[in-house]
Design a protein. Sequence first.
Length: 105
Amino acid sequence: MDTQLKKGLLEICVLAALKKEDSYGYKIVKDISPYIEISESTLYPILRRLENSKCLSIYSVEHRGRLRKYYRITDIGIARIQDFLAGWQSMLNIYEFIKGGDGFE
């Protein structure tokens, strides 16, 4: 898969995982991994980018005597998911053209 496409999909997957509930790094990786390959070393730069673009907010909660960072999706993050979904139909059309144009199955 193209690196840039995968990067964009990973960002949307992170936002989608947080749409259900606030979460922390390890759990986000665990939630996304069945759908797309991701590691914690890949996740944290994505979380920073999403925070810098105001798609996420961060807060800390004490857990077993340590502070754990939790991530919460913002309205901007939800809008980003909606934009992605709105544009996805055109991606499906391109996929069908590529697949069907040469008889690939």
